[in-house]
Design a protein around this ligand. Structure first.
Ligand SMILES: Cc1cc2nc3c(=O)[nH]c(=O)nc-3n(C[C@H](O)[C@H](O)[C@H](O)COP(=O)(O)OP(=O)(O)OC[C@H]3O[C@@H](n4cnc5c(N)ncnc54)[C@H](O)[C@@H]3O)c2cc1C
Length: 642
């Protein structure tokens, strides 16, 4: 039973009440709310978890990829591995350039058109194939991963496949498999996570057939090499008697159009061969035919593209994590200190055990989500993909950090320096620099938690949002209250009752135990969310830490489920008893940790502490603790003195 399946009290209600927000907050929330149009009412597995509906049947049996896709994927991955072996990731890092012959070789095997259908000259492979390619890439070279991923996860092919007209697809898609590179330009100096601050504009000209694009885009990956990009710009409303819808619009922009200027290439802590730049538009004439979807629907294009697109980063992270596990395994066994290999000391062993479990889970979550995408085109995997991105990039970052710690001083030394000293050129220092960005771009961890919290609250907003909406007349709010009360009087008690999880009999007993726990935890989670709504009312959206705990618990429940599903499949296909024992050991160890994290998240005992910290942070921002910063040199002071 889900709130939105029964009649909501207010037809179509469910948006956030923005009437008491500051102008900036209101603009930001309204922009993202309008991009959600038509997306409410998720039927996905992870969406159900927040409602206490543990619907295993939504993910089990795991959909199988088509037989020919699997064999073509293997053939492509073999070719990709061959090309990658020719590329020296440390040299690419040192030079800050990807050699032209590597880009040509990638184009030669179709790596710029992995998911583009064969009718447009692409490989026509599945999402499952694509994320396996990302895992391979992520295990080898962050720069090559970013080149291919920015091009086909968020660059032109993906939004074009989702929203392009037949004409647009026929015109642009065939260019990419041949090696043309694309990019995605949303961010600006003032518009980072909050696109409502966007300043780039696109004004229709007199004929209405062209738009004049003006403004500047920041950090556009592949922007310095792309031949065509997706650019977001503000289009005016009520221009020419309301003919124009207004809002943010997505345009396909040819980079050789007069007025497009690559102002500079940006350089970063890692990913040093990223072709990332500042792009300026000076009265760039873009045909109306190059609008994707519709005028004013640019954020919908961006957010929907990212729903699938953001699976690439955690897939690449899985590859990186596997490499780290290999490096750690070798080093922790051979390096002896204090009379034993370092891996035998409990503090290091703990990290290795956790790493092994997480490597298995990372792949399980990514692959399950990709299979769901492949099984039902257009299936709603918003929750799952955001969970993969948030969980995967955070865990991978900790795995890289732990690997560096376990390698000790050698973890901090560059691969080149290690080699010059006669040691193995292990590139953990590069991994560290290259992977730090993963929790920031394509939706930072904080924004992923907000996004998941908003989606988790959606069924409740649909049901009870009108009660708290001060924009509605009192009569409507009272009537909404009565309907919501009737609904919750039936829904809430069922969240306490134990329920059979259908489909469990297909799992071996150790896995059943974990899945039963996940189902119980989902019911507890739904109660916690409901209690939080009652307690905080419309202010709940501001309780980021509380919602973050709820989202983290939901994500762990998805992780436990994904790992049990993968383990079931692996147990079935593995003939060796040792391997089966190993699989169960990994699952048990991971799930034990997950239970503890879920309990901690749901207890949320640290509220007083977090309120204290919030107050302290506020005071720090009000410059009340400047004395803490005394006694050091700052760049401002150095400038003043010089
Ligand atoms: C190497 C690199 C490549 C990139 N490639 C592209 C690209 O190809 N195309 C493109 O359009 N953009 C790209 N970006 C931009 C990237 O997506 C942004 O950096 C990201 O969206 C965050 O924006 P910001 O850096 O301005 O941080 P801000 O939005 O200024 O946020 C600063 C911090 O505050 C947190 N925060 C913000 N809002 C909230 C909130 N409401 N609640 C809690 N925390 C919050 C953020 O998580 C972050 O930790 C790239 C950036 C980099 C560094």
């Amino acid at each position: 039973m889900k709130p939105q399946t029964e009649q909501p009290p207010e037809e179509g209600h469910g948006s956030v009440d923005t009437s008491r927000m500051s102008a900036g907050q209101r603009a930001a929330v309204e922009a993202t709310e309008s991009a959600r149009e038509g997306l409410a009412g998720s039927e996905g597995f992870a969406a159900g978890v927040f409602l206490g509906d543990f619907r295993l049947d939504r993910v089990f049996p795991i959909p199988e990829p088509a037989a020919d896709d699997a064999s073509r994927t293997e053939a492509f991955l073999k070719k990709l591995a061959e090309v990658l072996r020719q590329a020296d990731p440390d040299q690419i890092d040192r030079d800050g350039e990807i050699p032209g012959d590597i880009i040509e070789a990638l184009a030669g095997i179709g790596a710029f058109g992995i998911k583009i259908p064969e009718e447009y000259g692409g490989l026509g492979l599945s999402q499952t194939a694509y994320i396996r390619a990302a895992t391979l890439l992520g295990s080898w070279c962050g720069n090559l991963t970013a080149l291919l991923s920015a091009h086909q996860s968020i660059g032109v092919p993906q939004p074009l496949l989702l929203f392009g007209t037949e004409e647009q697809k026929a015109k642009y898609l065939p260019r990419f498999p041949k090696g043309e590179i694309s990019a995605f330009a949303l961010t600006e100096v003032k518009a980072g996570s909050d696109p409502s601050r966007m300043e780039a504009t696109a004004e229709p000209d007199e004929s209405g057939e062209y738009y004049l694009l003006n403004g500047e885009k920041l950090w556009c990956t592949n922007g310095t090499r792309a031949s065509v990009i997706i650019a977001m710009a503000r289009t005016p409303s009520d221009n020419r008697e309301g003919k124009h819808r207004g809002g943010i619009t997505a345009f396909i922009v040819e980079m050789d159009t007069p007025g497009v200027e690559v102002v500079r290439r940006c350089h970063f802590m890692g990913l040093r061969a990223l072709y990332n730049g500042v792009i300026r538009f000076n009265n760039v004439r873009v045909p109306r035919a190059n609008i994707l979807l519709e005028e004013g629907k640019g954020l919908k294009v961006a957010l929907t593209t990212l729903n699938t697109g953001r699976l690439t980063l955690p897939a690449a992270c899985a590859g990186l994590a596997k490499r780290c596990l290999g490096i750690t395994r070798k080093w922790a066994a051979e390096r002896e200190q204090w009379g034993a290999p370092v891996g035998r000391h409990a503090a290091i062993a703990e990290k290795i055990g956790r790493m092994a479990g997480e490597v298995y889970v990372l792949e399980a979550m990514n692959s399950l989500t990709a299979r769901l995408i492949d099984a039902v085109h257009g299936s709603d995997i918003r929750f799952e993909a955001a969970m993969c991105k948030m969980w995967g990039t955070e865990r991978a970052w900790r795995i890289v950090d732990d690997t560096l710690q376990i390698r000790g001083g050698r973890g901090y030394e560059t691969a080149e320096s290690l080699q010059v000293r006669g040691e193995e050129a292990v590139p953990v220092e590069r991994y560290f620099r290259d992977s730090r960005i993963n929790t920031i771009f394509e939706g930072s961890s904080e924004i992923m938690r907000l996004f998941l919290a908003r989606e988790a609250l959606d069924p409740h907003l649909q049901t009870a949002g009108a009660v708290f909406d001060t924009r509605l007349p009192m009569g409507k709010r009272v009537s909404a209250l009565l309907k919501a009360a009737g609904f919750y009087a039936r829904w809430y008690p069922t969240r306490w009752l134990p329920r059979q999880v259908s489909g469990l009999s297909g799992f071996p007993p150790p896995l059943r135990r974990h899945l039963r726990f996940a189902a119980r935890a989902a019911r507890k989670l739904s109660r916690k969310l409901f209690h939080a709504m009652l307690w905080h009312g419309p202010k709940l959206e501001r309780e980021q830490l509380l919602l973050g705990n709820i989202v983290d618990a939901g994500t762990e429940i998805f992780a436990v489920t994904a790992v049990c599903l993968r383990a079931r499949q692996d147990l079935e296909t593995s003939s060796s008893p040792e391997r089966r024992e190993e699989i169960l050991s990994i699952v048990d160890t991971f799930c034990a940790g997950s239970r503890r994290r879920i309990r901690q998240s749901l207890q949320g005992r640290d509220r007083t502490l977090s309120r204290g910290r919030y107050r302290l942070a506020k005071e720090v921002l009000e410059n009340r603790y400047l004395w803490l910063e005394e006694g050091v040199l700052t760049t401002e002071e150095a400038k003043e003195k010089s």
